[in-house]
Design a protein around this ligand. Structure first.
Ligand code: NAP
Length: 357
């Protein structure tokens, strides 16, 4: 397989600047890494937020992109997990070497997984960031950027461990929310209560939600609806939206001694916060040193979890023009916060790009 020395990448030219497509070196895989020809990459809210705010990235021009699926084209020293030609998916990170808005990228083999036969390469590209955020929020340890310290369902004693315990997931139809519902189901939680627009009731119930609440209700109305469904103490509440109103309702319902997992910084007013409710803004990346071990164990199990149908991918929409589609897709996502955009395929392919939901 011939590998070029240079590739095309989508660059954010400068902090809060414009995008441009330009040349970038094809990195060599280091020890334990593989080089992947990216066939599909997913778009996430963080991508437009980086352009809008300048957060997360310090070096420009910058290559963004946190999700990829593609074909292994070279193996670094010591890699036995994959062979050249394997189709794999993995999470990118906020550096030019690991960003996925380019044609080739590298990844440590231990945090990549083979794509099972029942998934398309585009579906696979939409999985990594969403599932990492759900899994780290539920299963990681630590208050700082960690999670609720539950036992993952793929580890000994974890499957069904929380049977009979209720959970509330705000934003069940979001990418993060869909994976969090499915992980909660595998962990045994019941009821699984989630807030969505009514048109997504069937989607989230198919994933394992037992009760849906219209997300357009006010925070106090949502709290009242939850209380009609369960009076058991809510030890775990996951807010996959984490805007002011969802945090307000989520903090209200989490039980003393329980954990509220947020995906954005806490907006809970100091005067309302009580020390007996743990509030964690999770950090959904398996590249973070503190989440590496959980990430490795997740990636050891991801292929089977999707092959068995225990976890299903998000609905996917394909964008038409590869890397060139990404700026417009991100603009659409920014303007339409109700939409969730995923994936643009490698511009070398004829069919390239996808839009989630
Ligand atoms: N901390 C981290 O490491 C981390 C990682 C990943 C993502 N995030 C953040 O998590 C958030 C979600 O990301 P995502 O990719 O999962 O989003 P997404 O897929 O784009 O979510 C879009 C969906 O959210 C739902 N939604 C919007 N407002 C809602 C509300 N008030 N209540 C309930 N549902 C609501 C809408 O569903 P309906 O159509 O049902 O209304 C919409 O379709 C973003 O802010 C993202 O930046 C953080």
């Amino acid at each position: 397989m011939s590998i070029p020395t240079e590739q095309k990448a989508l660059f954010l030219k400068e902090k809060q600047g414009d995008y441009t497509i330009g040349p970038y070196v094809v990195d060599q895989p280091g020890p334990g890494e593989v080089l992947v020809r990216v066939e599909s990459t997913a778009l996430n809210p963080v991508d437009w937020k980086i352009q809008a705010t300048g957060y997360f990235v310090n070096q420009y021009p910058a290559i963004l992109g946190s999700d990829a699926a593609g074909v292994v084209v070279a193996l670094g020293e010591g890699v036995t997990k994959f062979a050249v030609g394997d189709k794999i998916f993995h999470q990118g990170f906020f550096t030019n070497r690991l960003g996925t808005f380019k044609q080739y990228t590298v990844i440590p083999a231990e945090i990549a997984a083979k794509i099972p036969d029942n998934l398309t390469i585009d579906q696979a590209a939409t999985i990594p960031l969403g599932i990492a955020t759900g899994a780290i929020g539920l299963y990681a340890h630590g208050w700082e950027r960690g999670g609720a310290e539950l036992t993952p369902p793929w580890q000994t004693g974890g499957s069904g461990k929380y049977t009979g315990q209720p959970i509330v997931i705000f934003g069940g139809s979001s990418s993060v929310g869909q994976y969090t519902i499915q992980l909660a189901r595998l962990s045994g939680f019941s009821p699984i209560i989630t807030t969505v627009s009514p048109h997504n009731n069937d989607l989230v119930k198919a994933l394992g939600a037992t009760h849906t609440i219209d997300r357009r209700l006010s925070p106090s109305e949502i709290v009242a609806e939850v209380k009609k469904i369960t009076t058991a103490p809510l030890q775990v509440v996951y807010d996959a939206i984490s805007l002011g109103p969802t945090q307000e309702a989520a903090y209200e319902i989490v039980a003393p001694g329980g954990t509220l997992i947020l995906v954005l910084p806490s907006l809970i007013p100091k005067e309302k916060a009580t020390p007996d409710k743990k509030v964690i803004t999770t950090y959904g990346t398996v590249h973070a040193p503190e989440h590496k071990a959980l990430g490795v164990s997740l990636y050891q199990n991801l292929t089977q979890l999707f092959a068995s149908g225990d976890i299903k991918p998000n609905p996917v929409e394909i964008l038409p023009d590869g890397l060139a589609s990404i700026p417009e897709g991100l603009e659409r996502m920014k303007k339409d916060l109700d939409a969730s955009i995923c994936a643009a395929k490698n511009p070398q392919t004829s069919r390239n790009g996808q839009y989630n939901h």
